[in-house]
Design a protein around this ligand. Structure first.
Ligand SMILES: *[C@@H]1O[C@H](CO)[C@@H](O)[C@H](O)[C@H]1NC(C)=O
Length: 163
């Protein structure tokens, strides 16, 4: 090998190592950016679901059935204790007379877990309902499975039961 060739080879090797080093740094930066993006997405989904849940609580407190129905997916599955599953908004509406009573509902969020792509969100709640005089009517737990519909979320599965 001539000194010139050796020199060129050495330069090439150094060049290759530098490029390789840059690529791995770039990969790390990209991975960090992805992790941040995913965490941000999870936080924003979580904030969104929290807002929606508060909105639903207000509908119940205002005895407003249409307000509450607006949060449900058209093909919602409502699963209540001692009742067969109700499928669809029209069916769900028939079983929503309870909302006409004057009571205070509390939907206390225990957990919000979005799927990685954010298309589905599982929310676990503690649910209490009281008459205005404080007498308890319902003390239970529930799960909402939210489905992404356009840029919004709708309740696709709604399961509640009494403690
Ligand atoms: C509270 O109000 C409800 C509904 O009006 C009534 O049935 C209940 O007896 C009241 N409880 C007390 C302790 O006054």
């Amino acid at each position: 090998m001539s000194p010139v060739t050796a020199c060129l080879l050495a330069l090439l090797t150094v060049g290759f190592l530098v490029v390789k080093q840059d690529a791995s740094v770039l990969q790390e930066v990209e991975a960090d950016a992805l992790a941040v993006e995913e965490a941000e997405r999870a936080t924003s989904v979580s904030d969104k679901i929290t807002q929606l849940t508060q909105g639903m609580e207000t509908c119940v407190d205002n005895e407003d059935m249409n307000c509450l129905l607006a949060y449900l997916d058209d093909n919602v599955r409502v699963m209540r204790e001692h009742h067969p599953v109700q499928i669809g908004k029209t069916e769900a509406r028939k079983h929503m007379k309870w909302i006409e009573h004057d009571f205070d509902a509390t939907l206390e969020i225990k957990e919000i877990t979005p799927s990685t792509d954010g298309s589905i969100v599982v929310e676990r709640l503690k649910i209490t309902m009281k008459f205005p005089n404080g007498t308890s009517i319902f003390n239970g737990k529930g799960v909402f499975v939210w489905k992404k519909v356009n840029n919004d979320y709708k309740v696709y599965i709604d399961i509640f039961n009494d403690n």
